[in-house]
Write a protein that binds this ligand. Structure first.
Ligand code: CP
Length: 326
């Protein structure tokens, strides 16, 4: 399910954004560069550029979301697109309408882009194969598979703080088994050329294939954090767990919770990241989540710029086109 034959057009430009897997380093850097040019739009008195004026975007969230849905909406509005948010709980989906029929209905409204979150891995890829050729699909998180815009906003945050990827050691800590974010991060970090990516988690929360992704696996938190530049914490995804994978949240926090003391193992200037939502006292202590080392809220802000970049690029526009359109 790498999807690159579908997510790139004949000229190698982004048509859909479904996964970070298999995309080139130059394309990932291009997304980051374009996001950099969009990052200042939010500081302007009028927080808008007319790049996607006349385009219609549908936010299709079949799973709950706070950060991703709202930052996609803000990103679309800042690009001057029209955006509609389908409320799945009050839509015809709740009356049994199939995904294909919902998509055809929205296509009949002349939508240009679907932003899709779905519980099933592969849903966004499937939708990209079904839609009319002029429509772009952006994956806003599918099952355990991928969350590419989250990965890219995290790469943007790392680049802002650390400048280069080459010499970085990054630890991804927590429920990797159920995490689409972790998979997309690992692909992006590998492609951008970090020195080392580590996974730190109990045996029960690590997928079997993880070492084939080129990461080092640690089960001891102190060892896993030793000398790292970036600590990425993950939430325990209780809603996706089948069976007893953990003794208790209390015990989990004792072994894998990020406390100030544990963070001392990382480099003194290491940053702490989390895609959110955070569970205080389960995977991260409040004193760390709210500390100066935490860049969690910066990640949210950067999500707007990165999503503007991806939306513009899939519509054949970029940050470079911004000034000439004003
Ligand atoms: N990080 C993330 O995907 O958060 P939401 O579920 O709130 O969108």
């Amino acid at each position: 399910m790498t999807g690159n034959t579908i997510q790139l057009d004949n000229n190698g430009n982004l048509k859909h954004f479904l996964t970070t897997e298999g995309l080139s380093q130059s394309l990932l850097q291009k997304i980051l560069d374009h996001a950099e040019s969009f990052a200042t739009v939010g500081d302007r008195p009028v927080k808008k550029v007319p790049l996607l004026r006349g385009k219609t975007i549908a936010n299709l969230f079949f799973e709950p979301s706070t950060r991703t849905r709202t930052t996609f909406e803000l990103a679309a509005k800042r690009l001057s697109a029209d955006i509609l948010n389908l409320n799945i709980s009050t839509s015809a989906t709740s009356k049994g309408e199939s995904l294909s029929d919902t998509l055809q209905t929205l296509e009949a409204m002349h939508c240009d882009m679907f932003v899709v979150r779905h519980a099933n891995s592969g849903a966004a890829h499937y939708i990209a194969t079904q839609v009319a050729p002029h429509i772009s699909v952006i994956n806003a998180g599918d099952g355990r598979h991928a969350h590419p815009t989250q990965a890219m906003l995290d790469m943007f945050t790392i680049r802002r703080h650390k400048k280069e990827f080459e010499n970085l050691r990054v630890a991804i800590v927590g429920d990797v088994l159920h995490s689409r974010v972790a998979r997309s991060e690992i692909h992006a970090l590998n492609t951008l050329g970090v020195l080392e990516t580590r996974i730190v988690a109990p045996h029960t929360l690590i997928p079997k294939e993880v070492e084939s992704l080129g990461v080092h696996v640690h089960h001891d938190m102190d060892e896993g954090l030793e000398g790292v530049d970036v600590v990425m914490m993950l939430r325990l995804q209780r809603e996706r767990m089948r069976g007893a994978l953990l003794p208790s949240e209390f015990e989990y926090f004792q072994r894998y919770g990020l406390t100030g003391k544990r963070l001392e193992k990382a480099k003194p200037d290491a940053i702490v990241m989390h895609p959110g939502p955070i569970n205080r006292g389960v995977e991260i202590d409040s004193s760390v989540a709210d500390s100066e080392r935490s860049v969690i809220l910066q990640q949210v802000s950067h999500g707007i710029a990165v999503r503007m970049a991806v939306m513009a690029m899939t519509m054949g526009r970029s940050g470079d086109d911004m000034e000439e359109n004003e």
